[in-house]
Design a protein around this ligand. Sequence first.
Ligand code: IMP
Length: 427
Amino acid sequence: MPCSSVVGLQWGDEAKGKIVDILTEEHDFVVRYNGGANAGHTVVRDGKTFKLSLLPTGVISPHITSVIGNGVVVYPPRFTEEVSGLTKAGLAVGDNLLVSNHAHVIFPYHMEEEKLIEGAATTQAIGTTKRGIGPCYQDKLGRLNGVRVEELLHPDHLRNRLRAIVTHKNRVLAALGGPSFQPFDADLLADEYVAHGDRLRPHVRDTTPLLLAAVREGKRILFEAAQGSLLDVDHGTYPYVTSSNSSVAGIWSGSGVPTRHLTRVLGVIKAYSTRVGGGPFPTELLDDTGEAIRRVGREYGTVTGRPRRCGWFDAVAVRHSAAFNGVDELCLMLLDVLAQFDSLKVCVAYELDGKRIETFPGDAFLLAQCEPIYETLPGWGKDITAARNLADLPAAARRYIDRLGEIVGLPIAIVSVGPDRAQTIRA
Ligand code: IMP
């Protein structure tokens, strides 16, 4: 199994961190290739909880080399904060954590820009995490104002670049923010980011050749996606998406490793659906059932604390994302959260313009018009968090798992019945 990928098939927060953590045993490298500190990966191991936003989940396992690939956008204060959190927890973080010299850097003006644009009366807000992710990727693609990690290591060069960039940013932000806008000082920012560069320096490498060499040497690499595939900027519910390729599509561009080396794609799904921020969500439950899922599943954003929108499992959406990711097997997470219900619904098709459709309309404005068509399955009504084998589960829970696999059309390899590593069933 040289290269595997763990990818979310819904709108993020599928509990990918737990699966990556379990799979670290079988790998040498864990690579993050998209997004930044907008992600929230929680890992519970031996009763200890680790919350990561920017760093790959591999950092919790000392034998792993964790890589922040070129496709990631790095906010250096967050990097330092997470590293010191791990050090305090007794984990050694040295050259087992590498950052691509080509990853782009998030500055405070990115966050300011996002705040002003998302808050503008004329904008239909996406409901972003306000971590500066979108504006940083915009600068990357715009080229004139993008700054890569490598540049933090060259103080004079960085200062000159920031003087030009900050002049431009201050003009734009003053126009957006009006009289209350406080301009940024390029020299202060340069001082701050030179210091960040010094902290990052021991970790910075040209990670693409390093990963390609690892592939040649037969090392086992695990690619860890951030966010869910339905938030992918190209394949998700645009414009209500993040600004990177959060599906398998991002691996090649975001790490430099050709995806033909991938031998296994694991698609992670929750036993129900959630979404944070704006955008269409056909199976959303705005009633007590939705509230009960949120309460029991603790469905609040790890990064922003926002309550997540909750709904029934949407097999139409998952079939679509499983297909464009080339998923081999599914990991079914948070099954225990559904123990509270007498019956469960699964969306098997949509009604659009009075017609039944079984394919996912890729355009958000069409998806917003879709009504879910449900199949009802019996609930099991009892706690399953102690189950360790399929045979320990009530018949109705096994039936729910089988039916989900059947409708999506893929085998379910792992079922999770609680946050701890031990609460995992290999199906
Ligand atoms: P951004 O990534 O901050 O630009 O936000 C864009 C959209 O993606 C918003 O709807 C966010 O709520 C959503 N989003 C970003 N990161 C995550 C995540 O890790 N989990 C779930 N939703 C996310």
